[in-house]
Design a protein around this ligand. Structure first.
Ligand SMILES: C[S@@+](CC[C@H](N)C(=O)[O-])C[C@H]1O[C@@H](n2cnc3c(N)ncnc32)[C@H](O)[C@@H]1O
Length: 224
């Protein structure tokens, strides 16, 4: 992808929430069956809610629309649980586009200012966005950068392997494994056998679990 010429279209998904479509790649940022529904299922319920820790350090691969970060922030506030959220993004979105996304209004109108605050937060440093949530956005290529240490929970939310195969490689799963704490959890919407094998090879215990509507399975991996 050439970051200067990425064409993105705003689209509605089946649950009424927005996603972005990349015509040149023929790829969406989320499931067309429901962006919020998918994000809640794959990252919040299968990941965050599965982790029994009082304080959680999250690492997301692919900040994109900020939807996963927003749902995590809302959960942190509802549970009173402290979250430090690192997120890596190679191709940040323009303000015009992030302002058009309906997640704030749709998911939690009284906290919609937090959604915008996630996008306005400076890159490269920690920013406390709400009482229990610190955001640390890292701009760059997750394949090339050194990842932060002591991660409890990894959200692997890259474009699909058939659209962006360079994101799904043994090195990245080895690197993620190395930066996580024992018992830490990694989730992804992808359930491909090749991806599961790479995670196993890295050292994770991997399980296939039911995916969000429209997807039979997804993967959850635990660092042993
Ligand atoms: C499937 S989208 C999901 C984004 C986000 N989690 C969301 O809910 O909107 C994948 C994201 O990975 C980003 N990305 C692509 N290549 C990357 C790379 N090499 N390093 C970091 N991020 C990358 C894309 O720009 C995009 O924002």
């Amino acid at each position: 992808m050439n970051e200067n010429r990425i064409n993105r279209e705003l689209q509605l998904t089946a649950d009424g929430s927005h996603t972005l479509f990349l015509p040149d790649m023929d790829e969406h940022y989320h499931s067309v069956n429901g962006a919020v529904q998918e994000s809640r299922h794959v990252f919040i319920e299968a990941g965050l809610h599965h982790l029994e820790r009082e304080k959680v350090k999250v690492l997301e691969i692919g900040f994109g629309t900020g939807l996963n970060a927003f749902l995590t922030l809302l959960d942190a506030e509802a549970a009173g649980r402290e979250i430090y959220y690192y997120t890596v993004e190679r191709y940040p979105l323009d303000a015009g586009l992030t302002e058009a996304l309906n997640y704030g209004e749709l998911v939690c109108a009284e906290k919609k200012s937090c959604f915008h605050a996630l996008h306005l937060a400076e890159w490269g440093k920690p920013v406390r966005v709400s009482t229990h949530f610190v955001l640390h956005k890292l701009q760059g290529d997750s394949n090339k950068m050194e990842l932060p240490a002591e991660i409890d929970l990894a959200y692997f939310d890259a474009f699909a392997p058939d659209k962006q195969p360079e994101m799904w490689n043994q090195e990245i799963f080895d690197k993620l494994y190395a930066c996580m704490t024992t018992g830490g959890i990694l989730t992804t919407y992808c359930a491909k056998g090749a991806v599961r094998r790479m995670m196993k090879e890295a050292g994770y215990a991997v399980e296939r679990i039911p995916g969000p509507p429209g997807k039979r399975e997804m993967l959850r991996a635990v660092k042993l």
